[in-house]
Design a protein around this ligand. Structure first.
Ligand code: NI
Length: 164
């Protein structure tokens, strides 16, 4: 299984809105496997297909300490949100940058799993934040979009400098 290349901000392809997966097949499952491998290798706790330049609504997450609780979200939807939580976030597409972002404290979300089976679940803490962050990716949104224009500009500059 190959490691996939992760797009780095401010790459325009991170702004593309991902299309729903119409059927969960072997190609989907192979992509999910490669995404998990890429995420664990990075290492990170979540990865959206958008970040590997595949514009389908697929997310992989593992917030467990032992990295043994892989969670696949295909066509994820946030059904409801509760409360507010300000926490520090990072992103594999914005390496080395950590900023405080306001998110819902707990959520209910639904998605399809690797086998195409629908499920719904409640999440709070890191998992809730992670799901919100990754669903944003599928909509072409990044956590820096929640920051001030000045901060965002600084991060953009820093990332462009890194590229060279
Ligand atoms: Ni991210």
């Amino acid at each position: 299984m190959p490691l996939l290349d992760i797009l780095v901000y401010p790459d325009d392809r991170l702004r593309q809105v991902a299309a729903p997966v119409s059927s969960v097949d072997n190609a989907t499952r192979n992509l999910v496997d490669d995404m998990f491998e890429t995420m664990y290798d990075a290492p990170g706790v979540g990865l959206a297909a958008t970040q590997v330049d595949v514009h389908q609504r697929i997310v992989v997450i593992d917030v467990s300490e032992d990295k043994d609780q892989p969670l696949t979200l295909i066509n994820p939807e946030i059904v409801s949100t509760h409360g507010k939580l300000a926490g520090e976030e990072g992103c594999l597409s914005i390496p080395g940058i950590y900023e405080t972002v306001d998110r819902a404290e707990s959520i209910v979300f639904k998605a399809l799993d690797k086998d195409g089976v629908a499920y719904e679940r409640e999440a709070d803490g890191l998992l809730a934040v992670c799901v919100q962050h990754e669903v944003d990716h599928l909509d072409g949104k990044l956590f820096v979009d929640y920051l001030s224009a000045l901060k965002k500009r600084r991060i953009r500059k820093k990332m462009l400098k890194h590229e060279k």
